[in-house]
Design a protein around this ligand. Structure first.
Ligand code: KG4
Ligand code: ZN
Length: 357
């Protein structure tokens, strides 16, 4: 059996997990900083890295204890080294280096996006059987939708990716977070918009979708501005584009709860339809054997249900609790890399804009 300790600190969650044979979760510990960042209405990078420094050693100790693993039981230590916030990534990478060096273990650098995708290989994933069939499983289409990324990626094999398109401006999660702020809803915006949308009419407001020359690119900035313009009709003298954070309290008072619900539902359905539409077209064009959704926005119920109904190939998505940032996927990718002998040197560095290719 191969045991990997995965460490994740790319954004605002400090996480560690112990994964057996690339599929079984022995432990999964996540210390969320959401309460800390809520007062700023978004992630405050300097606070995030300081919080990682405080949390990382206890989080790793808890993951090892929960897995009932000793250091001598581990085969490698894998850590996210990008993409993400430089100061946050540095904390995880340096702790991983120190532990690996001190314990004489191989060190593996993991791409955060690949870790999101890899959660679909865990035995708790609904497509575990499909993706575990080896080369027969491919090609697969990956839709990564998080706070920092919105991309469609063709996966030809483990570790072989071909980007088809990505957002030209805001990521889907970023759009959820910004629109939430505009509607006076709390951070993080995705779950808050989803909750508000439950009581809303998705046809109350009609927002047009961005048309882009490149088929598989996305754009959500125009939609965000369209929501802003609608809010301004209720509160003309307050909200300007750069003003969303400071305007939230007054805006919230001027909008009736029903209007907030209708706006949230109409915004959400537009994002979901855009994501589903492009995914369907890419799935058909490339004849994929399945679609894998990953990233925080993959926790969105409307997206999960609409995508499930629309696709005629299997859809893999991590259980909701594993969609947002955690270290389980880091342990899975670490296992793949160790099998190929792809370990890192002690010069492993953080790469805030690391690409997947
Ligand atoms: O993957 P993630 O935890 O962190 C990044 O790597 O960015 O994704 C966080 C993003 C946030 O923008 C958050 O608002 C969004 O995922 N999110 C959601 C939901 N839960 C989290 N968006 C829509 N619906 C949700 N239920
Ligand atoms: Zn993420």
């Amino acid at each position: 059996m191969t045991l990997i300790l995965g460490i994740e600190s790319s954004c605002d969650e400090t996480a560690a997990a112990v994964i057996a044979d690339g599929v079984e979760i022995r432990s999964n510990v996540v210390a969320s900083q959401v309460d800390l960042h809520r007062q700023y209405g978004g992630v405050f990078p300097e606070m995030a890295s300081r919080q990682h420094v405080k949390a990382i050693v206890p989080v790793i100790a808890e993951a090892m204890a929960e897995a009932e693993a000793g250091w001598e039981d581990l085969d490698a230590i894998a850590v996210t080294h990008g993409p993400g916030l430089a100061g946050s990534l540095l904390v995880g990478v340096n702790v991983a280096k120190g532990l690996a060096y001190g314990r004489g273990l191989p060190l593996i650098g993991v791409n955060h996006l690949e870790a999101h995708i890899a959660t679909n290989w865990l035995s708790v994933s609904p497509v575990h059987d499909l993706v575990s069939t080896g080369s027969d499983a491919f090609p697969l289409l990956c839709l990564i939708v998080s706070g920092g990324h919105t991309s469609l990626i063709l996966m030809h094999d483990l570790g072989r990716y071909e980007p088809l398109g990505s957002t030209v401006d805001d990521a889907a999660g970023e759009a959820f977070d910004k629109v939430a702020r505009l509607l006076g809803l709390e951070y993080p915006g995705g779950p808050a918009v989803q909750r508000a949308a439950k009581d809303g009419d998705p046809r109350a407001f009609s927002f047009t979708r961005a048309r882009l020359d490149h088929d598989y690119d996305f754009s959500f900035s125009g939609l965000k501005t369209a929501v802003l313009r609608t809010v301004q009709q209720y509160d003309p003298d307050l909200v300007r584009p750069g003003d969303m954070a400071s305007g939230e309290q007054r805006t919230a008072r001027k909008l009736r709860p029903k209007t907030v619900a209708d706006l949230a539902a109409s915004f959400q359905v537009t994002v979901v339809d855009t994501l589903v539409d492009k995914t369907l077209r890419a799935a058909a064009e490339y004849g994929v054997h399945g679609v894998l959704m990953a990233g925080g926005v993959a926790a969105n119920r409307a997206l999960r249900e609409t995508m499930q109904d629309a696709l005629n190939v299997p859809l893999g998505m991590p259980p909701i609790s594993l969609a947002t940032d955690n270290a389980t996927g880091v342990g899975v990718v670490g296992y793949w890399a160790l099998q190929r002998g792809q370990t890192a040197g002690w010069d492993l560095d953080v790469v805030p804009r690391l690409q997947l290719a």
